[in-house]
Design a protein around this ligand. Structure first.
Ligand SMILES: [Zn+2]
Length: 183
């Protein structure tokens, strides 16, 4: 029976929870779990386990000797995805900030210490987006490194999300105090 992505994720996080570190004797098992990753092609011949132990990410080794990193840290699929959702709409947030006075929309104080707030929670917006496009589980994020453009591996979702956010996100300017108060 082929593994679904959801099942693979369950197996992998279950494994990582159980063993804490990955062990070379489990390589075959891990390769099976990772085989659903979009970069896991027929040309993959090996998995660099040592690398995982040092950097919390797996490295696929291809027939021609090239290598590809797959980030997989326990419990961070969601973080990784969330960062990507935010990163993709960063430009919209900056533009909103530029186009609005530096005045809190609740207490009306004028300050340069402002935050752009989502009136409806960002998490809820993501949930709506996933519902609208029938996305179950997490969207894969390309290499999840800091300070680098993040994109979903399935490219169509990048622009779909940007458009969705533009259409549905209700933004407002808040001062730091009000921003904390509403949490
Ligand atoms: Zn305020």
């Amino acid at each position: 029976m082929p593994l679904t992505i959801k099942r693979r994720n369950e197996l992998l996080s279950g494994y990582l929870k159980q063993y804490n570190i990955v062990h070379p004797i489990h390589k075959d098992r891990l390769m099976k779990m990772l085989s659903f990753h979009p970069r896991f092609t027929e040309d993959v011949i090996d998995l660099d386990i040592e690398h995982y132990m040092r950097n919390n990410c797996f490295v696929l080794v291809y027939k021609d000797g090239s290598r590809s990193r797959i980030s997989y840290r326990q419990k961070t699929n969601r973080e990784c995805e969330n960062q990507c959702f935010r990163h993709l709409v960063w430009r919209q947030i900056v533009d909103f900030r530029k186009g609005n006075p530096e005045q809190c929309s609740i207490c009306k104080i004028k300050t340069c210490d402002i935050h752009v707030d989502h009136v409806d929670k960002f998490r809820d917006l993501i949930t709506k987006f996933k519902k609208a496009y029938n996305i179950s589980g997490y969207l894969y994020v390309g290499e999840c490194k800091d300070n680098e453009g993040k994109k979903f591996v399935d490219d169509k979702y990048n622009n779909l999300w940007k458009d969705f956010h533009k259409e549905h996100a209700v933004l407002r300017i808040l001062c730091a105090k009000c921003n904390i108060k509403i949490r």
